[in-house]
Design a protein around this ligand. Sequence first.
Ligand code: SF4
Ligand code: SF4
Length: 358
Amino acid sequence: MYKCCKILKHGLCFFNDILTSCCFSPVDQIDGQVPPLIYDNYNGQIISKDDLFERINKHVSLFKKGSCPKECYSCYHIEEQDWDDEEYIDYITITHFSICNADCIYCTNNHELYERTNNTYKILPVLKSFKEQGIIKKGCELHIGGGEFTIYHECDELLDLFAVNNYARVFVPTNAIKYSEKLFQAMDKATTYIIVSLDCGCKKTFYKIKRVNAFDRVINSLKKYAATEKSRDAIRLKYIIIPTYNDNISEFKKFLKIAKNLGVRNLIIDIDARYSRVTNYKIDNYFINLAQEMNNIALKQNFITEFYSFYFQNTNDKQIEKDNPFIKLKKKIHFKYFDKDIKELYKHHRYGAKRFKY
Ligand code: SF4
Ligand code: SF4
């Protein structure tokens, strides 16, 4: 028995210039350090099984000695159990590209890196080699990060390698501007799920948030993705609360109407990650109450909801009083939280969408 982390032992995350164990680290949120590093200056080099696990086991050995890599301090993924010493990978994240056909106001992706990350290394040969070496376990999880997967040049081949043949459970965030038939097949025939952050219920708000005129295209793609019962069930429609853009119940009700018309039942309610960071994770009660109110409305309409932000999860079980003063006064306090720093946050403009055709 010792304390360790499943992802550290069996996970890989591909960034555009490094290979790490995971894509998150509690330390990262404090002083900008990356997660446990497996390979620095990584550009798609083919790695042997022995080399890969020698690198991974250096981190694991720290846990075995009762310590841990500094990047893992206080991570909630650490748990104590009887860990085996088997060498395999069953949790992969791909986030080495940032090409995208939208320009969301809240995007944390650095589109200024477009030139570099669109010409990023090919990941397919690496993953094929890992599969051939017996490194990647069948039934593993493949999480796509980065930019918009449907326009990434290795998208179809990756779906063939892992999704359509049901080798992995695949999780794909997509803005749904471009419809992918291959993705639909994977959703319909295998265990592939998509997460679409619609964040609105109308064209006008969509444009304000996504900064591309593609609302109708997204709805059309969603109709196709929702064509069968299985594929419909593989859709998570997400509403990210973005201060002053969509933080109101009437927009959310329009969003629910769209979900209902599509027959999509699975929803995610979240808050803009950049807002959380700027406020040092002290989320204003206004948003906590708003998320709770949205959740109640959705549940009454028989939707299945999830809170992505664990800050909401932590507060989720708190009883929200019926006569909550925040809800009553929400119009009055609407701009209170929107201080100078946060205004600056939303002024920040990247040029992602201007460069891409969709
Ligand atoms: S403990 Fe946390 S930071 Fe460390 S590898 Fe696991 S998930 Fe990543
Ligand atoms: S869809 Fe939006 S959030 Fe996602 S990568 Fe593109 S611009 Fe960023």
